[in-house]
Design a protein around this ligand. Structure first.
Ligand SMILES: Nc1nc2c(ncn2[C@@H]2O[C@H](COP(=O)(O)OP(=O)(O)OP(=O)(O)O)[C@@H](O)[C@H]2O)c(=O)[nH]1
Length: 285
């Protein structure tokens, strides 16, 4: 239940989060007023601020914090609270606002840290590309999306040929530099909506959403040509074994689909490397 709520709010636009925050503050203010001066509502006022800050960001959180502090003091005044000095309500408002801002600040820091950790968990440390885990997740998303939209997509599996030679002759740092060059070259020649990943060692993969065999074929040829050119420019004797499958219908799982493409790439390896094989699934389609 909470998960569904969280997912919904993650995709909601900032103005809607702001409106939701305002709405909650007004409801709280109403309940605070009706319940009189004896019941404390302090902790409840932080809820809309946290919600607004988490899902809407700093500015939305700050706006709701200001409105919360204002509504709280208006409730106090409307309830007929008596103060020994006219500046006390002002002081109370500022103190409450300070408290709200500290909560908001802590919350935003937690959110940022979580986002950074999430991003690290999804990323290959050397190349900055997506890692295997994230790639499998995205293929699974694409597979599920297919069931609604019936749009074909293509998975490309690229394994370097002769990478060990570079490691042995240019050192591990030279090998790392080559992997980064391949990553840059792949990234540069796909669309922003495509996903390039390093699956491990010298294995890369590309997910091309909304791509049938013809559309993907053009991209794969370009990736191969540009990659070879980048290797030649640095004098690295490395080529690519590439397997690709355009899915007209998805398989049962993302792992099955990635394995099918890996198997195809492996056939290239066995038959002499430096080549590409591109199929459609299912074969009769
Ligand atoms: N520099 C570097 N080397 C790595 C990294 N990860 C794996 N390797 C090395 O990559 C090499 C991969 O081995 P192979 O797949 O046999 O290399 P290859 O020469 O391309 O072999 P084929 O695929 O059969 O052509 C191994 O020597 C690993 O030690 C890394 O992050 N950096």
């Amino acid at each position: 239940m909470l998960k569904v709520f969280h997912k919904r709010l993650e995709s909601v636009a900032k103005p809607t989060v702001l409106a939701l925050g305002f709405g909650l503050v007004l409801v709280l203010g109403g309940v605070d007023y009706i319940s009189g001066t004896e019941l404390s509502f302090a902790v409840f006022y932080t809820a809309p601020i946290m919600l607004a800050g988490w899902y809407g960001g700093g500015r939305v959180g700050l706006t709701v914090a200001l409105v919360s502090a204002a509504v709280w003091v208006l409730c106090d005044l409307a309830e007929g609270n008596q103060y020994s000095h006219e500046l006390i309500p002002v002081w109370n408002t500022l103190a409450r606002l300070g408290f709200f801002l500290i909560i908001l600040r802590l919350l935003l820091t937690v959110r940022k840290t979580l986002e950074q950790e999430q991003s690290l968990a999804d990323t290959d440390a050397l190349t900055g590309l997506a890692n295997r885990r994230f790639f499998v997740e995205q293929v699974e998303r694409e597979r599920l999306r297919f069931e609604r939209q019936l749009e074909p997509f293509t998975i490309v599996y690229i394994d370097l040929d002769g990478f060990k030679y570079v490691n042995d002759h240019f050192g591990h740092d030279g090998g790392d530099e080559l992997l980064e060059t391949v990553a840059d070259s792949l990234q540069q020649h796909v669309r922003a909506s495509d996903l390039v990943a390093r699956l491990g060692g010298d294995e890369f993969a590309v997910l091309l959403p909304l791509s049938d065999k013809a559309a993907a074929g053009v991209v794969i040829d370009k990736l191969n040509r540009q990659g070879l050119a980048a290797m030649a420019a640095r004098g690295w004797p490395v080529t690519f074994s590439i397997g690709a499958v355009s899915f007209i219908r998805p398989m049962h799982s993302a792992r099955d689909m990635i394995k099918a493409v890996d198997d195809l790439m492996y056939q290239i390896k066995k038959s002499g490397k430096n080549n590409l094989m591109h199929r459609v699934w299912p074969p009769a389609a």
